[in-house]
Write a protein that binds this ligand. Structure first.
Ligand SMILES: [Zn+2]
Length: 198
């Protein structure tokens, strides 16, 4: 196998795209068949990895080399447009990934600010960089994310102060009660932003 090089991912994609993601011999597509990239002139016979020597084939046609004869003349060259489309598609995917990473980062920051406010209102100690023993247990990450998403970080953290007041007046007890109460505060403030307590 010395000297043999595999077809690059980029070339594979270009060939698949050029061939419309179907077998050039029998015309079938996934998920009916699995597609592979086939060398017209075998590597053993000196064929290279350039797109002109590559076709999309299903595994069965590739294994049997098929009784059908491939119309070589029907294979169009890979156009600059196809190359550009591939580059743009890669760039688009990278932007999407960056967007998701930023959104994730923002969610973590918002969660931390909510937890900081909770820790401050409910007198958590800091030990080894972690909050310990708040008077009311911290809500779960999922609960915090949902509150922030629904009401916004400002409203959600403001509501913690209102909750803490009620808690000090013994109006509520425990984490489950507190979270229910928090939802109630936020719903009320949302439906009546001017009125109510603040
Ligand atoms: Zn086939």
């Amino acid at each position: 196998m010395a000297g043999r090089r595999d077809v690059s991912t980029r070339t594979r994609f270009l060939v698949l795209q050029r061939d419309d993601f179907k077998c050039r011999y029998c015309g079938r597509r996934p998920p009916d068949v699995e597609l592979v990239i086939d060398h017209l002139v075998a590597v053993a016979n000196g064929g290279g990895n350039e797109p002109e020597n590559l076709v999309t084939a299903c595994e069965r046609c590739n294994a049997g080399k098929s009784d059908l004869v491939l119309q070589e003349a029907a294979i169009p060259p890979i156009t600059p447009e196809a190359e550009r489309a591939l580059r743009e598609s890669v760039a688009r995917q990278r932007r999407m990934l960056e967007f998701h990473m930023q959104a994730h980062e923002l969610r973590l920051q918002a969660r931390q600010m909510f937890i900081d406010e909770w820790a401050s209102q409910f007198s958590a100690r800091v030990e080894d960089g972690f909050y310990r023993d708040p008077l009311v247990d911290f809500p779960s990450d999922g609960t915090v994310d949902a509150l922030v998403e629904r009401y916004g970080l400002d409203e959600a953290t403001r509501a913690i102060a209102i909750l803490a007041d009620s808690w000090r007046n013994h109006a509520i007890r425990g984490r489950e009660d507190s979270i229910r109460y928090l939802h109630g505060i936020l719903r009320r403030r949302q439906s009546d932003p001017q009125g109510g307590q603040s």
